[in-house]
Design a binder for this molecule. Structure first.
Ligand SMILES: Cc1ncc(COP(=O)(O)O)c(C=O)c1O
Length: 399
């Protein structure tokens, strides 16, 4: 058997390899932009780079308006408010907690809905069952860049008079039916957090084709200011800084390379993992554009004998910081766990997947050799399930 750290060998990697290590574009271009920012002394408040970044994102997403924000969560909070959502809003539980928190933060009840086991996105049939007189909207999440069934959700929203938003934090650069993510529903939001495919250190955006909504979001992200001294609306500080926009613009120049590297890594994983029983790699639809930013595995506990959590434990011991995204599901996190103790009963697919999935490192900071080593650890663990299991249990036993 290959040596494993849990059997006393040194870890496979000297330094930790994390999921979501940032993609960084051309350093010289970034530093020269930062110098220009300093020379201009225009550091924030709708600067030149923020304006350019908004134009570029709108162009690439094929949408009329892009309003940049300081992060994706604030972008989501602002557009939720600008759309006038209240009461209940239907969201998946199988997402990053920010999707639910953006509602709860403004006293709107997130109603957790189950997902389709193939696409990991909102199941339109389940959505329909959850609509009540208090429902004002639906927020779909294009999880890991896999898009929601936008047509079915659009039809329900239209028929029931609901607003439809998409959390596209993972899906910049992805398409559905050949149309780029960005212009579906009433609006979509993006995240440019450091871990995302395109990062601006921290950043986000609201994308929409609705002129009135765009104007309102713009006002709200800048304290409600309309010109100097004139506040015409309640607002917050959701502005993106110039340095963030410079990072985003620099990343955009390398976007094709990021996708090519991610895709190459993904194919390598596919090749290496194909022969390991009980491990299924999340597929990307071949006919669409994808950013390939997420390498997501579904682990069959019985077939691997060892199960997802033990696999993650062994990987961590080897300095591969795989993540159990999105475990355990928002409905099992506070304050939702206490508010909706029975929610899990309505979320069988979410519950099942939240116990089975994990994300592996990819991106421009790793290559074929690392991927081969990571997959070789997985293979060894699965091939020697009972032994690895016994070892992990022994290491936990009180001494
Ligand atoms: C699905 C999802 N929605 C929203 C967010 C929030 O974005 P941000 O971190 O930019 O606030 C994230 C990630 O961070 C996310 O993964």
């Amino acid at each position: 058997m290959k040596d494993l750290a849990i059997f006393g060998s040194p870890p496979a990697f000297r330094e930790k390899i994390h999921v979501g290590r940032p993609n960084i574009g051309n350093r010289e271009r970034l530093l020269s932009r930062i110098n220009e920012i300093l020379d201009r002394r225009w550091l924030t408040n709708n600067g030149i780079y923020v304006q350019e970044f908004e134009r570029e994102i709108a162009r690439l997403a094929g949408v009329r308006h892009c309003i940049a924000a300081c992060n994706g969560t604030i972008a989501l909070e602002i557009v939720i408010r600008a759309l006038g959502l209240e009461g209940e809003v239907i969201v998946p539980s199988f997402t990053f907690v920010a999707t639910a928190h953006a509602l709860q933060w403004q006293e709107i009840t997130p109603v957790f809905c189950d997902i389709d086991p193939k696409t990991f996105t909102l199941s339109p049939d389940r959505v329909e069952e959850l609509v009540t007189p208090a429902t004002t909207g639906i927020i779909g999440v294009h999880l890991w860049g896999r898009t929601c069934d936008v047509d079915a959700l659009g039809e329900i929203a239209e028929r029931k008079g609901l607003k439809l938003l998409f959390d596209a934090a993972h899906a910049f650069g992805c398409s559905r039916g050949g149309r780029m993510v960005g212009s579906f529903g009433n609006a979509e939001i993006l995240s440019f957090h450091a871990t995302k495919f395109l990062n601006a250190f921290e950043g986000g955006a609201v994308l929409t084709n609705d002129d009135a909504l765009a104007a309102k979001v713009r006002l709200m992200k800048n304290f409600g200011f309309s010109g100097y001294d004139n506040v015409i609306h309640v607002g917050t500080n959701g502005k993106m800084s110039e340095v963030s926009a410079a990072m985003g613009l620099t990343g955009l120049e390398s976007m094709d390379e990021f996708i090519a590297v991610n895709r190459r890594n993904y194919e390598r994983y596919r090749l290496e993992l194909a022969s390991i029983p009980g491990i299924r790699l999340m597929p990307y639809p071949e006919e669409e554009r994808s950013n390939y930013q997420y390498v997501v595995l579904e682990i069959d506990d019985e077939r691997t004998e060892i199960g997802r959590d033990r696999l993650v434990e062994v990987l961590h011991a080897e300095n591969v910081i795989a993540r159990r995204y999105f475990h355990p599901g928002c409905h099992r996190m506070e304050p939702y766990r206490t508010r909706f103790p029975g929610a899990g009963k309505l979320l069988p697919v979410t519950e099942r997947l939240a116990g089975r999935v994990m994300s592996l490192p990819t991106g421009t900071s790793i290559g074929g050799e690392e991927i081969q080593a990571i997959c070789s650890i997985l293979r060894t663990v699965v091939e020697n399930g009972p032994e690895v299991r016994a070892r992990l249990e022994a290491s936990r036993a009180p001494r």
